[in-house]
Design a protein around this ligand. Sequence first.
Ligand code: ARG
Length: 565
Amino acid sequence: MKLKSQLNTLIKEAFIKAGIDAEPISVSEATQPQFGDYQFNGAMALAKKLGKNPREIATDILNALDTSSLLQKAEIAGPGFINLWLKPEWIASECKKALSDERIGISKHQEPIKVVVDYSGPNMAKQMHVGHLRSTIIGDTISNLLEFLGDDVIRQNHIGDWGTQFGMLIAYLEETGNEGVAQLCDLEQFYKEAKGRFDADQAFADKAREYVVKIQSGDHHCLNLWQKFIDASLGHCEDVYGKLCVKLTREDVKAESFYNEDLPQVIEDLLKEGLLQESNGAQCVFLEGEEIPVIVQKGGGGYLYATTDLAALRYRANVLDAKRICYVVDARQSEHFRQIFTVAKTSRFVPEDVRLEHVAFGTMMDKSGRPFKTRDGGTVKLIDLLDEAVIRAKEAIKDRENYSDEEVAKLAKIIGIGAVKYADLAINRESNYIFDWDKMLSFEGNTSLYMQYAYARIQSIFKKHNGPVEGDIIISDTLEQQLAVMLLRFEDILGRAAEDTSPNQITTYLYEMVTLFMRFYEHNPILKEGVDEATKMSRLQLADLTAKTIKQGLELLGIEVVDRL
Ligand code: ARG
């Protein structure tokens, strides 16, 4: 349920009734329970515009406000704030409705659109690094979220499978044969050895150069080797995807090489639009007011990362027909995206109304604040990182309950991977983020374990209760009211998170909601002796809706819940 927009409608109607001719201003969540559930703070801004005193305006709005449906009362406070209290019976019936709905009352977009989400994008020649981990986790969540809200989401994995380094790599693969294929699980090492050969042996280097040309001209032997290399490399990425439980599949792969044939056309069309200029032998697009151009073709005829991205933009907007395209890529590529988006719009490769967004994220740091590396300064292999998460999760939970070995193994996987994902998603994506095992595997604070624990706790209440749950929800105190309103806010939160492509709005919400539930549960026991039947039933239902909301929230983040913890 879109709680805020329902309240905003009431305010808008009050504006009209009170004869206030101004753009509507949104209500906001109350900052303290004594200020009600929501607040309208727009009177101050209106005062300036209308040349009236804010309290006077607030009074006019208040007098015109319909308090017959969802509002219990509205009061003016301070210089002209309007505090709004929702009607307990209305809240109760909305929670009841949410409980009986499999989408817990969350509606789908009325006008769904096609959205391309470009994420993960590992390079086949190099080890997948932590930057790709962040892209994969954040991109998958954004895709889940938009899909849940009804958009038609097309996941695109823009893998780097083309470029001159492949000549050297396949020449080395040819030389090392099956042993080489087996070695591809450590691309870093393979690359190092190939480079070693390249630097040391002139004949090998010549062959590598020759193979670059040969792949590009479609030579069978070389393309076969190249394909073998890509398959093995992509296979290792898929091991990571499998462990991470993300939804990317082979079908989502639209590699850089997919656009090869379109590249000459990109250049030709830029030329036709009058956007190309030669500079030091290269073909460039100079953007207004900028000194550094976008290079789209090198002097020798080769194309660049930007050229491929322009072809991909065109494909996505015109063939896939996307109306919104989100690039979940490291913040260090901001310049690149800003430039190619501008070129795409100026050249009319992409229609004006298509939303192009760089969903940028910061760098993953270690505890001492340095970019995340192995002890000897190498790239951390993601698969090792994820395996370590599972081992550590096992340690964190093994003594909590009398789990069977099988149960611990299963739980550790869900919890370990969930912890890594949640920790990443819970920070503002644009900030750099400190990878800290102890923090992410804690039962306290804004962690996946805190949410999973609350969920499991509610499941155990239901197990103990072991009977039907029926009757009304009755909101009888402030904590109940706060929790119920919080539960009803979920759709507003999801809407904002989707609009801003910011998963941390979901985690922040979950943390606040679960903390509120814990307080509610502490003060309002459910199964304790002496709690009357009607109250018990009501509280059970609020707990149930809490659990369902946690489950849905975590599911969007690609994290499973567990029944026992
Ligand atoms: N392969 C690139 C990298 O590792 C990421 C690709 C992002 N997507 C794109 N369309 N450029 O930096």
